[in-house]
Every structure is written in C-alpha cells, then in structure tokens.
Design a protein around this ligand. Structure first.
Ligand code: CP
Ligand code: NVA
Length: 310
C-alpha cells in the first residue's frame, strides 16, 4: 500500500488487514498502551472543505502515535491562489512525511500522488470517502461480530460515501443495496468495481430506485446528507427528489430486527433520517464517529511506518 485514495486500490486482504490493525490499536489504546510508531513524523492535512471528524481524528491520531499534524487550509496556502498541485506535491514531499487531503476534484488527489513522493490519503473528494468506509466496516464488525454474509442498505444520494461503501462491502463479502432516485445512483466506475468484487467474494450488489426493496432484510442501514458540500445551491430541488428515501421507523421495520443504523455525519434530522431512528436504539453513529480515529491510525501506521506492523 503506497497511498489510500480509493478502497478499490486495495485487495480484500489489505482492507481487512487494516480493520484488524485498527481493532488492535483501539484495544491497546484503551488498555493504556501507548505507541510511538510515528515519532518525528509529520502529516500535512490540506482542507478545501469543512470538517469536524476527519480533521480531529487525523490530528489526534497523529498525536496518539507520537507524531504531529499540520492543518493546512487551502485558503491559507498558495494552492488556494493558484499554485499548482504538482509544485505543492513536490514541495511538501521535501518537508513532511505524508499528506491527507479533503477537496472537490478527485483528480487533484491522483495528481498529488503522481507528482509527490510521499503517501497520499484521501480525506474525501466529490467521488469517494475511503477513510469513512473503513470506520463503517469496523463499526459493523464490532456490533455484529463478522462482516461476510451481512447485508448493508444505503438509502438516498449515491454520493462519495456510497461509492466507497460499494467498494468496501463487496471486498468484505457483504451484500450491498443502494436505493437512489434515477440519475442519483453511484458512479459507474465504482459500480463496475463492486460488481467484479461481488463475483469474487460471492456477494450481491443491488441498485434500485425502491427504498423498500433495498432495506428489506438489511443488517445495517446507512444514509448520508442529501446535499453534499458544494451542492448547496441545489438544496431545495434535492430535498424534493430524495423525500421518499428518508430513513424512518416504517422503513426500518423492514430491515432485520437487530439492524444497526449508521450515518457518516453531519446529519440533518428530519431530512435524510428521522430523530426517532438516528437517536433511537439501533443507532451506532457515535461508535462509528469514534472509529474514524482508530481506522485512520491503522492507515497512518500502514503507510508511514509499515515496518512497525506485525
Ligand atoms: N464524516 C465526516 O467525514 O465528517 P467531517 O465532515 O466532519 O470530517
Ligand atoms: N457526502 C457528504 C459527506 C460529508 C462527510 C459530503 O460530501 O458533504
């Protein structure tokens, strides 16, 4: 593993290995064991979009591993004034040890990796959110004890989070059903990858416009905002289109009795999910948010100090 740009760059074994490492680091941290795997290492974190969880979990993750993180708002570095991605990549490669970037264009992350000589981590683009999907699987595995054979239903916008879930679930041997309105399903490259993985790992990918069909028999139910960062101007139109995909009690009743509810957050109660579901007994959203920290610590160690992984 050189970078983490998309889950589809990982084999199933590599992805599951990251989950095992995350689980170990979480247990050890809780037991009071402190690691200095990333002593003297520095992670640069470029943000062109807002963030609560991603920023804090990467920053805290670096501190817990004995290293440091630099918050680099793209507004404050020269990238925001038009300096090229390639020059930025080459300069940062001379000074720091890895870069996490949250931005709009996925291609910018690929370009950073192509021109730099240090590991690049995708902290969310318009196309994908791989770190989120790792934390999501870690959370489901903690609650269900395993992943293979489970079904995840994603209702709403076939966005960056949904694209990464397609890649991650099919690598773990989970069935995944995406219910989205016409024209708003997942990206075709991510669908093609998931279909290939589903064949290899003997699981199913269902793409439908019908939320009831998708959620029936699900072990994990997932939704995300209907208005991602950068889509604010389309808010009114989107709220109308996505209305029937709201995760509410009557849809949840079609999932398995012990189904867990996940949301990457930030959530908008009363839109993509009702308060009764997100704040109800099946919701595991705060375990999921915490697991961003543990999953990303695994990614950081794997990329920045692979010799420390045993
Ligand atoms: N889920 C997630 O990535 O949250 P932030 O936007 O707060 O980082
Ligand atoms: N789909 C959302 C995820 C936020 C973490 C967005 O891109 O804004």
């Amino acid at each position: 593993m050189k970078h983490l740009i998309d889950i589809k760059d990982l084999t199933a074994e590599e992805m599951l290995g990251l989950l095992d490492l995350a689980e170990r680091l979480k247990k050890e941290y809780r037991a009071g064991i402190r690691h200095t795997y990333l002593k003297d290492k520095v992670l640069g974190m470029i943000f062109a979009k807002s963030s609560t969880r991603t920023r804090i979990s990467f920053e805290v993750g670096m501190l817990q591993l004995g290293g440091q993180a630099l918050f680099l708002s793209s507004q404050d570095i020269q990238l925001g004034r038009g300096e090229s991605i390639s020059d930025t990549a080459r300069v940062l490669s001379r000074m720091i040890d890895a870069i996490m970037i949250r931005t709009y264009k996925h291609q910018d992350v690929l370009d950073l990796a192509a021109h730099g000589s240090i590991p690049i981590i995708n902290g969310l683009t318009d196309l994908s959110h791989p770190c989120q999907a790792l934390a999501d699987l870690l959370t489901i595995r903690e609650h269900k004890g395993h992943l293979r054979g489970l079904k995840l239903a994603y209702l709403g916008d076939g966005n960056n989070v949904a694209n990464s879930l397609l890649e991650a679930c099919t690598r773990a041997g989970m069935d995944i059903a995406i219910a989205a309105p016409a024209g708003h399903t997942c990206d075709s490259d991510y669908i093609a990858d998931a279909q290939k993985q589903a064949e290899i790992n003997q699981c199913q990918v269902l793409l439908t416009e019908d939320p009831e069909e998708a959620i029936r028999g699900a072990d994990a139910v997932y939704t995300d905002t209907w208005v991602s960062m950068g889509q604010e101007a389309e808010k009114a139109r989107r709220i109308k289109i996505f209305k029937r995909y709201q995760v509410n009690d009557s849809l949840m009743a079609l999932a398995n009795k012990d189904a867990v509810f996940l949301h990457c957050l930030p959530a908008y109660r009363g839109l993509e999910v009702t308060e009764s579901v997100i704040d109800g007994p099946s919701s595991v959203i705060f375990d999921e948010a915490e697991n961003r920290l543990h999953a990303q610590k695994a990614v950081l160690v794997q990329l920045m100090a692979p010799e420390k992984v045993i």
